[in-house]
Write a protein that binds this ligand. Structure first.
Ligand SMILES: Nc1nc2c(ncn2[C@@H]2O[C@H](COP(=O)(O)OP(=O)(O)OP(=O)(O)O)[C@@H](O)[C@H]2O)c(=O)[nH]1
Ligand SMILES: [Zn+2]
Length: 205
């Protein structure tokens, strides 16, 4: 039994959170969608599907139970005086678009100029998970990642770029294949200095 599903926690960061349904209610909703799609949720191959889907949702949307503050809480100051750019590039992510609840996936590139210590490199990949495992737009996710870095690390500058393929554009709708959406945001020194921006782009490429 996954306690997470029945936990009376908010499902959004809003002030007036929607109540989280029980696992049984979520499974019933999956049966409704299967019938809406045109299949029979009572046939043998689909009997366990609602339970699998709710379990999968627990993983795919685990970000609602994660916090950037927890992920970025531990920093290291003993780095030999290193204070230049730290770039972690090519962090893979899988998110779901908030419009169609269909995956969008790609790579995140995150850079910052340390001010008072550095963070463990894996934590930047974990930070991406905090926001990817939610219903998202690529723009919101880009903004949330850089805001979290600024709030928790107070760097001299930060840069975030996401490159992603949106399945709502490839497998349905406009059906535009091989289209990449690129978003980026700069703050601090990166926002003020074109040279730092160019350095970021050159290192990401
Ligand atoms: N800006 C932005 N748009 C997104 C993102 N993910 C999906 N979309 C778009 O959200 C839009 C929703 O448009 P609507 O007209 O409300 O919905 P729709 O009729 O399903 O649109 P189509 O996809 O064009 O068929 C579409 O243009 C999607 O391509 C995202 O991360 N950022
Ligand atoms: Zn979409």
């Amino acid at each position: 039994m996954d306690a997470r599903v029945n936990a009376p926690k908010s499902i959004t960061p809003a002030n007036d959170p929607a109540p989280r349904p029980t696992r049984e209610e979520a499974e019933a909703a999956v049966r409704t969608l299967i019938a809406w799609a045109g299949d029979d949720p009572r046939r043998e191959g689909l009997l366990d599907t609602p339970a699998r889907v709710t379990k999968a949702y627990g993983e795919l949307f685990a970000g609602y139970d994660l916090s950037a503050k927890d992920v970025l809480s531990k920093t290291f100051k003993e780095v030999g005086g290193y204070d230049d750019l730290v770039l972690v590039k090519g962090i893979p992510f899988y998110a779901h678009c908030e419009h169609h609840m269909v995956p969008f996936f790609g790579k995140a590139h995150i850079a910052y100029l340390p001010h008072d210590g550095v963070v463990g490199l894996s934590k930047l990949a974990r930070l991406v998970e905090v926001y990817a495992r939610r219903l998202q737009t690529q723009e919101t996710m880009t903004a949330q990642i850089i805001d979290a870095i600024n709030e928790n690390l107070g760097p001299r500058g930060a840069a975030v770029m996401l490159e992603a393929e949106h399945m709502c554009m490839t497998m349905r709708g406009v059906r535009a294949h091989d289209v990449k959406t690129v978003t980026h945001r700069f703050t601090g020194v990166f926002a003020e200095d074109r040279v730092e921006q160019d350095r970021f782009f050159a290192m990401v490429r």
